[in-house]
Write a protein that binds this ligand. Structure first.
Ligand code: NAD
Length: 296
């Protein structure tokens, strides 16, 4: 299939490479010439702007951009995709953005005659490279069925979450819970170790008891407990504190818009904000445990 891809960063770059590996013909655009060069070397055609890409012969255009403002400008701007694409071209936005913006952009696309899905991902840069991402997809069943074979080249769990923007709803709800659970595990691990327990023994107990969760058994924030977790390599790589902060902001904003209380989500957001303001925004989010550890 002829696919246009806009946004070739930490996630979009490896996702686009996986589409090439699966035999698709890609035309790509990014503001970064280094990212364009990497994809060009792998066999992609490059476009000079979102408008030029949209005017080309792509049957499907995928975007993977930092935040809602970028998504709005790439789709709705005067020189953006919708002003230049022919009706009928399929659109999929994989960026993590707020549900209301996702709905607004999808409505503009459908009004223009372009089917559109929101399909944010989880699985991080490792999942993007390995092609094992989870896609949370919002849109019609028919469009979901059409997109599934393409998304399968980049991920292994492709889940239809309901109507337009429900992919973003699933993503913000899950990540709000993740942000909260990481703080809970951090607090419990720091308490146990301060009371004299060996971190790995405590983690072993939690992971075979009722406190077990992904933040304790797969991504434990205490250094040395899990060899491959960011905590055991100085909190480098992984999922940055500022990205978690962005997702908690999306959850709080979505909750505000509909008057839904998210007490722990809002408190978690403030804790990550404090940690980021202390200069730790680029550390993996599990470094939040350093707010609790007496020795740090
Ligand atoms: P990134 O900053 O590495 O990449 C974004 C890319 O978009 C950059 O290459 C940038 O140059 C490009 N870009 C920005 N504005 C543009 C424009 N107007 N036109 C064309 N290109 C433009 O970000 P990322 O880590 O790849 O994340 C992308 C999205 O995926 C975000 O919404 C993020 O929240 C989400 N996400 C990230 C992770 C992760 O672990 N990094 C995990 C899940 C979801």
């Amino acid at each position: 299939m002829k696919i246009g891809f806009v946004g070739l960063g930490n996630m979009g770059g490896p996702m686009a490479l996986n589409l090439i590996k699966a035999g698709h013909t890609l035309t790509v655009f990014d503001l970064s010439s280094a990212s364009l060069a990497r994809l060009s070397e792998a066999g992609a055609h490059t476009a000079e702007s979102p408008a030029a890409l949209a005017q080309g012969d792509s049957e499907l255009i995928i975007t993977m951009l930092p935040a809602a403002a970028h998504v709005k400008s790439v789709y709705l701007g005067d020189t953006g995709i919708l002003a230049n694409v022919r009706p009928g071209v399929f659109l999929i936005d994989c960026s993590t953005i707020d549900p209301l913006t996702a709905r607004e952009v999808a409505k503009a696309a459908v009004d223009h005659g372009n089917p559109m899905l929101d399909a944010p991902v989880s699985g991080g840069t490792g999942g993007a490279t390995a092609g094992t991402l989870t896609f949370m997809v919002g849109g019609s069943v028919n469009d979901f069925d059409l997109a599934q074979p393409i998304l399968s080249a980049m991920g292994k769990n492709i889940v239809h979450c309901g109507n337009s923007s429900n992919g973003q709803v699933a993503k913000v709800a899950n990540n709000m819970l993740l942000g909260i659970s990481m703080i809970g595990v951090s607090e419990a691990m720091a308490l146990g170790v301060s009371l004299g327990m060996e971190a790995s023994v405590l983690a072993g107990i939690i992971n075979t008891s009722s406190g077990r969760c992904w933040s304790s058994d797969t991504y434990n924030p205490f250094p040395g407990v899990l060899e491959n977790a960011p905590a055991s390599r100085g909190y480098s790589g992984g999922f940055g504190t500022d990205l978690m902060l962005k997702d908690l902001g999306l959850a709080s904003e979505a909750a505000r818009q509909i008057g839904q209380p998210v007490l722990l989500g809002a408190f978690a957001q403030q804790l990550y904000q404090t940690f980021s303001a202390q200069g730790n925004g680029s550390l993996d989010f599990s470094a939040i445990i350093n707010l609790y550890r007496k020795e740090t």
